[in-house]
Write a protein that binds this ligand. Structure first.
Ligand code: ZN
Length: 508
């Protein structure tokens, strides 16, 4: 490697780090906006964040980046695509080319349409009036098509939209794995519904004082390894994980004194995201090697701690006595198995965010199929509510009685997020597949969980997933960790095994 190449690379890395510093400051402003910002500060905050976003975008499309890439992409630094410098150059080329393909005008129109779209969606939802939102949705879809055309694709128009959140993943492949999942899942859910046993979920709706929920949630986040020296847990209307980066990760939750699940499992979920952020190499701030590989992999980390760990019997063997001490009035007379069954209640429902571990993926499949048809032009916006209801009837056996509980329930489409939904299910699939590999590598995880010992799993995730940043693509990472390509089988095996016991199903 020539001295020149090396100093050019150093300049490039400095440029990326400075952009990363701006982005992390913007992240903190965003976190503050959703937690502590007084309402009078909203306009100033919008201006601050728009200004910073503009600066960041300009730096990301700086022609100097293209020159550095041209010089460096044929050098030794790029030879190994998985080395830190090789991954940096490979990911940067992808991001840079993507950013440059999008006309500035389109980026700006989409950004402002996302604000007006969300406003129209809020009103439409409140008034249960889809027609109020329809024109903005039509406009959004037109622009998303334009965006896909500008980015270019070989297979489906939906490919470049999916690629934004799950780099390298193809629509056809995701469609296949989700179809396989559906085929196996629908009969299992029907078996569960036909079972004569069902949990008493009333116990979760008793009174759970907020202070106790906050103590228990924080203790659980700490126990799984969320580092409070490098992170915070606060309250927000819509829980999320954000902040500045690995050394300052902010997670949020919300409390409902008459529902145990939302704060506790929400906190575990966000702490799972937080562990991933804290596990990224902090010295690589702003570089691809310091960034999460995809939304699907991010979601695999939250779902693993929320569901595979947090909804396991062994987890509660350790945590249930603490929960009983915290909430004697609600839980003193409830035994562990009754509680464990209650937090694993499965039933078809209308609202995605309240869905259980098993039916959740059908909610995603419905959205994935509909948004492909919308983008592809096979489905018109005017026909969307009926198409939505028909799919709920077909896959879940229930039909929304209003659009507010149906097609208007999620914010995503109004914000222009097409291609985002499937990453939730990919997260579930990746999580189960990784968990299977972790069990193989570490031995009996249940025995560890019973003792409140979560460090071996967390350290394994740090080694196998977190520390790599974007050195491998999501599918490369999965193959590397598990030796197999993405599959629906590990998730189905987990669900079948767990719910056969709970619901007394035959396992033949
Ligand atoms: Zn999540």
């Amino acid at each position: 490697m020539s001295a020149n190449t090396s100093s050019e690379y150093q300049r490039l890395a400095n440029h990326l780090r400075e952009t990363g510093l701006l982005a992390s400051a913007n992240g903190l402003l965003g976190w503050d906006q959703q937690t502590y910002l007084p309402s009078g500060g909203n306009n100033l905050r919008a201006e601050q964040m728009a200004y910073l976003s503009g600066l960041i975008h300009r730096r990301q499309t700086d022609p100097q980046l293209g020159q550095w890439l041209d010089t460096l992409c044929d050098s030794d630094l790029a030879a190994d695509p998985h080395s830190p410098s090789g991954a940096t150059l490979r990911c940067l080329r992808r991001d840079y080319e993507r950013n440059c393909k999008l006309p500035q005008q389109l980026v700006e129109t989409l950004a402002s349409l996302s604000v007006t779209g969300q406003q129209a969606w809020i009103e439409a939802r409140q008034q249960n009036n889809f027609a109020h939102f329809a024109p903005l949705l039509e406009q959004t879809i037109r622009l998303k098509r334009e965006q896909a055309e500008a980015l270019g694709f070989v297979g489906h128009l939906y490919d470049p939209l999916l690629d934004e959140y799950e780099p390298g993943q193809q629509t056809a492949q995701v469609a296949q794995v989700l179809a396989d999942l559906r085929e196996a899942l629908v009969p299992l859910i029907q078996q569960i519904e036909a079972s004569p046993v069902c949990p008493s979920t009333e116990i979760l709706r008793r009174r759970y004082p907020e202070a106790g929920q906050a103590r228990l949630g924080r203790a659980a986040a700490e126990a799984i390894g969320f580092d409070f020296q490098r992170g915070r847990l606060d309250v927000a209307e819509h829980p999320f994980c954000g902040g500045c980066g690995a050394d300052d990760t902010r997670i949020t939750t919300r409390y409902d004194e008459h529902y145990f699940n939302s704060a506790f499992f929400g906190t575990l979920h966000e702490a799972g995201h937080g562990l991933y952020e804290q596990g990224l190499p902090s010295e690589a701030l702003g570089l691809p090697t310091g960034e999460a590989v995809s939304l699907g992999i991010h979601e695999s980390q939250s779902r693993m701690w929320e569901n595979l760990v947090g909804r396991s019997r062994s987890f509660w063997e350790f945590w249930y006595p603490r929960a009983q001490t915290e909430f004697p009035e609600a839980l003193q007379a409830v035994d562990l198995d009754t509680f464990y069954f209650a937090v694993n209640d499965v039933r078809p429902s209308l609202i995605r965010v309240e869905a259980d571990e098993a039916t959740y993926n059908l909610h995603i499949l419905i959205r994935f199929e509909l948004e492909q048809a919308l983008v592809g032009g096979e489905l018109q916006v005017a026909d969307l509510p009926e198409a939505w209801n028909a799919k709920y009837e077909k896959y879940l056996g229930i039909r929304p009685s209003s659009d507010a509980d149906g097609v208007l329930q999620d914010v995503h489409w109004s914000a222009g997020l097409f291609g985002y939904f499937p990453t939730y299910s990919l997260g579930n699939l990746y999580a189960s597949q990784m968990f299977e590999a972790a069990t193989e590598a570490l031995g009996d995880l249940d025995t560890m969980f019973c003792q409140g010992n979560f460090a071996p799993l967390r350290d394994w995730l740090r080694r196998e997933v977190h520390r790599w940043g974007r050195c491998y693509s999501a599918s490369e990472l999965i193959e590397r960790i598990t030796g197999k390509p993405l599959s629906h089988e590990p998730l189905m095996q987990h669900l079948r095994g767990k719910f056969a016991v709970l619901y007394g199903l035959s396992t033949s």
